[in-house]
Design a protein around this ligand. Structure first.
Ligand code: APR
Length: 249
């Protein structure tokens, strides 16, 4: 199906969304690269080609050496915190506002969907707004971690609200699984679909469309594939949908 001319694929995507009923988006780091945030597995530029995730993004690494863990992660987190939504985020928020998209399940912790105006966002890998103490569970703003790694209340180690390798999944993930029930069309945007359990969520949708620069293991099951940049595809999609409002309006 991806042999179809781009414009014909956009027309088919518009038709699929208009006839689908329950439509959700599943986004990954690739939707934020055009905001200046590197993704993890893009050939050459992905973060995990430079660092071993188990060494820099696991709960084990945090407990072993909090100083190095935070020194390295704040480099990437500050890029996320400085970033602004790009046209892909804005288009998804517009699609939701027009009633064609129920909401967005995101693996991203950068908060750019909410900044773009998306109202229903499930952050399955957590977020960068808070941290908490591993001992007394006391919550703090993330900025606390710039000053100290230990809890002012009890001295326990502080950790971010980001899902690290070795963690159980977030509450939002279990909510997203339930939200997926009855999903007729899942728009997978900017994800290599390599990390479980999120990579199995497409099983819960009747149909999937993939908007991803590189191949994924789900390409065979996709009814449409776009290799063009997410911002271009989603902006062109919204401009083609403009004339009408959807079931969630
Ligand atoms: N438009 C479309 N696709 C893009 C763009 C773009 N502008 N930029 C990058 N991509 C694609 C890349 O080709 C890549 O296949 O986005 C995909 C991003 O895949 P990953 O880097 O693996 O990111 P993601 O799927 O979100 O990773 C899942 O892995 O390390 C964990 O917690 C981390 O949430 C992350 C999870």
């Amino acid at each position: 199906m991806s042999q179809l001319l781009y414009q014909d694929r956009i027309i088919k995507l518009v038709e699929s969304i208009k006839t689908a009923g329950k439509v959700l988006a599943l986004t990954g780091a690739g939707i934020s690269t055009e905001s200046g945030i590197p993704d993890f597995r893009s050939k050459d530029t992905g973060l995990w080609h430079r660092y071993d995730p188990q060494e820099v993004a696991s709960i084990k690494a945090l407990k072993k050496d909090p100083k190095s863990f935070y020194a390295l992660n704040f480099q990437w987190w500050d890029t996320c915190l400085r970033a602004r939504p790009n046209k892909a985020h804005l288009a998804l928020a517009q699609l939701e506002a027009m009633g064609w998209l129920l909401g967005t399940i995101t693996q991203n912790i950068d908060g750019l969907h909410q900044q773009a105006g998306s109202q229903r966002v499930w952050e399955v890998h957590g977020h960068l707004r808070e941290c908490y103490c591993l001992v007394c569970q006391h919550d703090y703003g993330l900025e606390q971690l710039r000053h100290r790694f230990h809890c002012p209340n009890c001295g326990g180690l502080l950790r971010p609200q980001v899902v690290l390798f070795g963690d159980r999944m977030s509450e939002d993930y279990f909510i997203a699984e339930k939200v997926m029930s009855g999903c007729q069309l899942l728009l997978v945007i900017g994800s290599s679909l390599q990390v479980q359990p999120v990579a199995s969520l497409p099983y819960l949708s009747r149909g999937i469309v993939i908007i991803n620069k590189e191949p994924t293991a789900w390409d065979e099951q996709a009814q449409l594939i776009f290799r063009e940049p997410a911002s271009k595809v989603l902006w062109d999609l919204v401009n083609s949908m403009e004339k009408s409002t959807g079931p969630y309006y």
